[in-house]
Design a protein around this ligand. Structure first.
Ligand SMILES: Nc1ncnc2c1ncn2[C@@H]1O[C@H](COP(=O)(O)OP(=O)(O)OP(=O)(O)O)[C@@H](O)[C@H]1O
Ligand SMILES: [Mg+2]
Length: 369
């Protein structure tokens, strides 16, 4: 897949932008707070309907405006697509593909695949389980429409069950009749939850097959590296565990068991590096994980995703920089940075260089090769 062009109107600090991209490597460089990441965010929103940093639609609309437009022209297996995303302050966003409005945002899934890589991703091992679940969900929701639908339904039911639990605690009179309705939510939670857990398990098994190769290439060592899924409840045990947690749920006023508490473990020669890894080891694994994600997406969609690198190079030492740049290979990439030193030092071939200053983007002559 190749993104050929991005057009923005009233998005973040851009009043208007028209940007033609190269199918190879594109660099957006400039000082802080000029609008580099905003471009990557727009690309990510246009491809996935959501912001990579979980911003609300209204936050992405330019201050003082009521709506924002993102237009993306892309090509996939030689078929052109035009994706129009229209963000509105007080209404749901609307999306049209080739001029035809989608009934639901989720219908966009499967058309455009992007992998976003930000400095926060380098802390995924160090950070809490919520970040690691988000890593799984951000990717699986793009790859698998059923997963997106199962997860959305699961979370809706979870929200309803938690609201009900709170009501039960506060309303003593209705307590018994309300408790009966908990069964209905639990049934739904088991149905969707089992599917979410099974899909996550398969995803992590597939990642595991790839990651030890990436890790070996990165470190040049023979270390045994494993990534393992740590479900709070296995799919086959979920129903029983949910039943057994009823008393606890009622005590705490929230649901205590389920995929909302899953985690991923990383074992280096059998040692849990979330707890015992050095900072350098943790970063290497984070990088390997991200590289494996790209490889997995390639395999699943039989095509290359577009890679969005938000200021990650400056966070890596020169070995890891070189590894990342070499691994990009032929994938279309949009990279943000504050300077071009890393590319020059690594003699990295850049196809297009854009300078970003106060929401103005101007193309520069090629540097770095
Ligand atoms: N809704 C909005 N309307 C107008 N401006 C906005 C909006 N949201 C963010 N901004 C502005 O966008 C700018 C930040 O842009 P961005 O995050 O793309 O910067 P950057 O070039 O990536 O900087 P850095 O190098 O620090 O990461 C800030 O000046 C911020 O005030
Ligand atoms: Mg930025």
């Amino acid at each position: 897949m190749i993104i050929n062009r991005l057009e923005l109107k009233q998005f973040r600090n851009y009043e208007s932008l028209e940007l033609d991209l190269s199918p190879g490597t594109n660099i957006l460089y400039g000082n802080n707070a000029q609008g580099k990441t905003n471009i990557l965010e727009a690309l990510y929103v246009a491809c996935t309907t959501k912001s990579h940093k979980k911003s609300k639609d209204r936050e992405m609309i330019r201050f003082g405006s009521e709506e924002a437009h993102i237009r993306l022209l892309l090509e996939k297996k030689e078929i052109p697509y035009k994706i129009d995303t229209h963000l509105r302050k007080s209404k749901k966003k609307s999306i049209a593909v080739n001029g035809l409005p989608l009934r639901r945002a989720s219908e966009l899934m499967g058309i455009a695949n992007v992998v976003f890589f930000s400095p926060e991703d380098l802390n995924i091992i160090k950070n809490g389980p919520a970040e690691r679940r988000r890593f799984i969900d951000m990717e699986l929701c793009q790859l698998d429409k059923m997963y997106l639908s199962d997860l959305t339904n699961y979370n809706k039911c979870l929200g309803q069950k938690n609201a009900l639990l709170k009501e039960i605690i506060s309303d003593r009179q209705k307590r018994d009749s309300l408790i009966d309705t908990l069964d209905i939510w639990d049934e739904q939670l088991v149905f969707y939850g089992e599917r979410v857990i099974s899909r996550r398990e398969k995803f992590l098994q597939e990642l595991n097959e790839i990651i030890h190769v990436e890790h070996r290439n990165l470190t040049g060592s023979d270390d045994d590296f494993q990534i393992c899924y740590e479900p709070d409840a296995k799919a086959e045990d979920f129903s029983v565990k949910l039943k057994n947690s009823r008393a606890k749920d009622l005590r705490y006023g929230s649901a205590n068991v389920g995929p909302q508490r899953d985690d991923i473990n990383f074992l280096l020669n059998g040692v849990d590096i979330r707890k015992y890894g050095s900072q350098g080891q943790q970063r290497t694994v984070s990088l390997a994980l991200k590289m494996s994600e790209i490889e997995l997406v390639k395999r699943e969609i039989h095509d290359a995703p577009v890679l969005l690198l938000d200021d990650v190079l400056s966070e890596l030492d020169s070995n890891r920089q070189r590894y990342l740049l070499e691994s990009i290979g032929s994938i279309q990439t949009v990279i943000t940075c504050t300077g071009l030193d890393e590319f020059i030092r690594n003699r990295f071939e850049i196809d297009r260089v854009f300078y970003v200053e106060n929401a103005n983007v101007t193309e520069q002559s090629k540097k770095g090769s």
